[in-house]
Design a protein around this ligand. Structure first.
Ligand SMILES: *Cc1c(COP(=O)(O)O)cnc(C)c1O
Length: 366
């Protein structure tokens, strides 16, 4: 049996007819930038997240960067970010000339540890970017409370958490604003690049709408200097099709996660923990093991693809030379031990059971 890590081909094939209809609709409209499809998608996704405004942009990194600009984050400002995240969270801060200040994750949730945030705050701190890593919402109540005490802006990085909930509230509306990505491999993914900004703040919404389009609200009138960062009509139309399947596909991910969690009992395996008040979107199912490379090799031999999210922490990258490994023991442990199992919504029960038995087989023969 061959179990791909993420079977995007199969998923897209399963909705090929509505995708093709969306394609034709856009062709027939003759509009490709800032048209009706984007307007409808923005309205539909904002409603889905229970947030007032959604602004479609070019990708997830741009969503974060434009928000930081809108909140006037300047060179020399400090922004608190998770030590353990995808590099985009840090790059957005650096793109504004600001300094990413990493905070260690909680050992069990992989997410930024609110208890560690206070001691990272200085006179230069302006904002916190919590990431709902692997689809698991970060502990927002405590984080928001700390932000409020210090007058800091909270920007959620919700790129991995479409459809996730924290205490009965959808991610995307848990801070001042949120950035998300519609990269093809995300839970809600386009057929190309895409991103979105979510906020209940009218002024910020208005501001990022201008920033994404040459600082312009109406054609050829430019009040501020902006960029070109728009979600195009074709991707918006595809995303509208896919949004209708998001809950169903997230339920399938949840089903697979439950199967893994109830079957993998090996003492060497650390299972992902879920806080009882949150609903994960299960973007990734990430285990910890001290025998990662052997297990990964064994699974590959059995036809099961796995990935590592992430093998090298942002602070260890060449582009960030000014951080000290001794400050990040938990992040270092995660980089060395995490392994992501296949959790594609298209996986059959047989395939999931095959992955489980392949893992059990590894430990039986060690
Ligand atoms: C994917 C991702 C992004 C960036 O999204 P792009 O659309 O690829 O720019 C940002 N943050 C996190 C946590 C992500 O997983």
């Amino acid at each position: 049996m061959v179990v791909p890590f993420y079977d995007l081909l199969k998923l897209n094939k399963s909705i090929q007819i509505p995708l093709a209809e969306a394609f034709s609709r856009v062709i027939d409209s003759g509009q490709f930038i800032l048209g009706k499809e984007l307007e409808y998608f923005e309205t539909e996704f904002a409603a889905y997240c229970g947030v007032k405004h959604c602004i479609g942009v070019a990708n997830g990194l741009e969503a974060l960067t434009l928000l930081l600009h809108a909140y006037k984050i300047r060179p020399g400002d400090e922004v608190i970010v998770p030590a353990n995240t995808f590099i985009a969270t840090w790059h957005a801060v650096s793109q504004c000339g600001a300094i990413p200040v990493p905070v260690e994750p909680c050992k069990n949730t992989f997410n930024i540890d609110p208890q560690q945030i206070s001691k990272a705050i200085t006179a230069k701190t302006r904002a916190i970017i919590p990431v709902h890593l692997y689809g698991q919402p970060a502990d927002m109540d405590l984080l928001n409370q700390i932000a409020k005490q210090h007058g800091l802006i909270v920007i959620e990085d919700a790129a991995q958490a479409h459809g996730a909930f924290y205490k009965n509230r959808s991610v995307g509306g848990l801070g001042d604003a949120a950035a998300t990505s519609f990269y093809p491999g995300k839970n809600l993914g386009a057929l190309g690049d895409g991103g979105g900004i979510l906020t209940n703040n009218d002024q910020i919404a208005e501001h990022v709408r201008r920033l994404r389009n040459y600082g312009s609200k109406s054609k050829y009138i430019h009040e501020i200097v902006g960029g070109n960062s728009r979600l195009d009509e074709m991707q918006a139309a595809f995303l509208r099709v896919k949004l209708a399947f998001l809950d169903e596909w997230n339920q399938k991910r949840n089903h697979i996660a439950q199967k893994y969690s109830s079957s993998l009992k090996e003492p060497d395996i650390g299972l992902p923990s879920v806080s009882e008040y949150s609903r994960s979107s299960w973007h990734q199912y990430v285990i910890k093991t001290c025998h990662r490379s052997e297990l990964q090799r064994h699974l590959a031999q059995m036809g099961v693809s796995t990935l590592i999210h992430y093998p090298i922490a942002p602070y260890q990258q060449e582009c960030y030379p000014n951080y000290d490994a001794a400050d990040f023991p938990i992040t270092n442990e995660l980089s060395a031990q995490v392994l992501s199992l296949p959790i594609s919504p298209g996986l059959s029960d047989e395939e999931v059971e095959y992955v489980i038995s392949a893992i059990q087989n590894f430990y039986r023969h060690r």
